[in-house]
Design a protein around this ligand. Sequence first.
Ligand SMILES: Nc1ncnc2c1ncn2[C@@H]1O[C@H](COP(=O)(O)OP(=O)(O)OP(=O)(O)O)[C@@H](O)[C@H]1O
Ligand SMILES: [Mg+2]
Length: 470
Amino acid sequence: MPQSRILVVDDEAVIREALRRILESDGHEAICVNSGHAALEKVQEQTFNLVITDLKMPGMNGIEVLKAIKILQPKVPIIIITGYATVETAVDAIKQGAFDYLSKPFTPKQVKELAQRALDHSKISEPAEEAEEGKLTGFERFIGNSVAMQRVYNRISQVAPTDSTVMISGESGTGKELVARAIHEHSPRRDKPFVAVDCTALAESLLESELFGHEKGSFTGAMRTKVGLFKIADAGTLFLDEISNISLTTQAKLLRVIQEREVTPIGGTKPVPIDIRLISASNKNLRELVDKGEFREDLYFRLNIIPIDLPPLRERKGDLPLLVGYFLRKFAREIGKELIGVSPAAMALLEQHDFPGNVRELEHMLERAVVLSDTDMIMPADLGVVDDELSENIKLGQYAPQTAEELKEIKRRLREEAVLPAERIFILEALKRNDWNITRSAEEVGMQRPNFQAMMKKLGISARDNKINT
Ligand SMILES: Nc1ncnc2c1ncn2[C@@H]1O[C@H](COP(=O)(O)OP(=O)(O)OP(=O)(O)O)[C@@H](O)[C@H]1O
Ligand SMILES: [Mg+2]
C-alpha cells in the first residue's frame, strides 16, 4: 500500500500525538499542527491525502479550516473530530463537505478504519493528484459544480458535436463567451476558425461590411476588396456577441444570409456559399425586444434554436469557494505570491455580495486582492468593491472577527475612521489661522511640510477649498 500523507490539526498536544502514533502504526505519514492557520500553511506547501481536524480550536475552528482547505485542495477528504455532545455540529460539518466525523473519545481501531475508508474513497472518486482547474467540470477553464452549471455543461456536450445554431443568454460576466468557445472547441470544427464579433463595438455601416465583406469601390472609402467575417469563419464557428445591438436593417440582411447560407459582399453581385456554425449571445432579454418590435421575430427564431441560459453568480453561490480558490491560485501563480487563502470574514463578505458583474466581477476583485494583500490571507479590506458593505457591517457589529489577524485589520480600520474627523479639524483650523499658507501651517503645528500635505491629500482638502469651505 502506498504511504498516505495525513494532516492532523488539533490544539491539544495529547490528541495530536495519539493520532500520530495510530496513523504511523498503519504506515501513514502524519504531519501534525496545532492551529487552523498552521494547517493552511501546510496545505499550501504540499498535497495531502487526508486531513483530520478538531472542531473546537481557538482561532479558526474545524469548519472554517474545512472551508478554507476545500478552496486550496478541493478533493482532499476531511474528517472532523468532535466532542461527545456535538453530533449536530458534526452533521453540519458533513453538509459543508466533510467526509465524516470522529467523536471523542475514540479508539485506535475507529481512527484506522475511518482514515482507511476516507483514503479508499478519495482514490475511487478522483485521482489523488492536485485538483487541476477545469478537470472537475470536464470543460477547461469552467469552474463550478452547482446544479445550474451542470445543466450548462450538459447542454454544451449535447450541442457541441452538432451544427445547430445556439443562442446564449445571461447577465454580463456570466461566461457567455466561455460557453461559445467551449462549444467550438468540443465540436468537429475545432481545428477551423472561431471568429467572435462584438456587435456593439462596430458602427452600423462597418458591421455590415465586416460581416459580409465588400468589393473594392463599393462605397466611399472601400479602397480594396474586403473579405467578410462570414467568409473568414468558413468551416468554423461564427460567434455574434451582443446580437441585440444590431439594427433592424442589418437584422434583415443577417436573416437572409442565415436562411440561404450564402453571403453577397456589399457591392458584389455573386453570392458566396458559406459553411458556418452560428452562435449568438445577448445579455438582454431578446424575447422582450421582439415584443417591443426592436428585434425581428423571424431572426429570433432562427437564432434561438438551442438556447443556453447562464445563471447569475448570485443564484449559484455554492460555486463561490471553487471559483475563489481557482482565481486565487491563478493570480497568486501569475505574480509569484505565496497565499494561504481567504479569511473567514472575507469569505462571508463574498457570500453576502450580490455580484451584479458576476464571475468577471469576482475575477477582478480577486486579482486586485491578490496584488494588494500584504499578508498571506485575503482580508475583507482587500476586497475593494465591497468595502462599504464591510464598514457598514463592522459598524453594525455583524462581523465577529475570527482570527487575530482579522481583529487587527478591523481595529486598524475602525481607528482610522474614528480619527478622521479630528484630523480634518486639525488641518482645516491650522490652514485657516495661517491664511491657507501650507508652509506656515505645517510649521505652526510642528509637522514637516510634505507630511502636512500628505494628510491634506488623504482628507481631500486642497488649498483651494478655502473659497468654498470657510
Ligand atoms: N464558470 C466559470 N468558471 C471560470 N471562469 C469563468 C466562468 N464564467 C466566467 N468566467 C470568467 O469570467 C470572465 C467573463 O466571462 P465571459 O467573457 O465569458 O462573460 P460574458 O457573459 O461574455 O460577459 P459580457 O456579457 O460582459 O460579455 C472571463 O474571464 C471568464 O473566463
Ligand atoms: Mg461577452
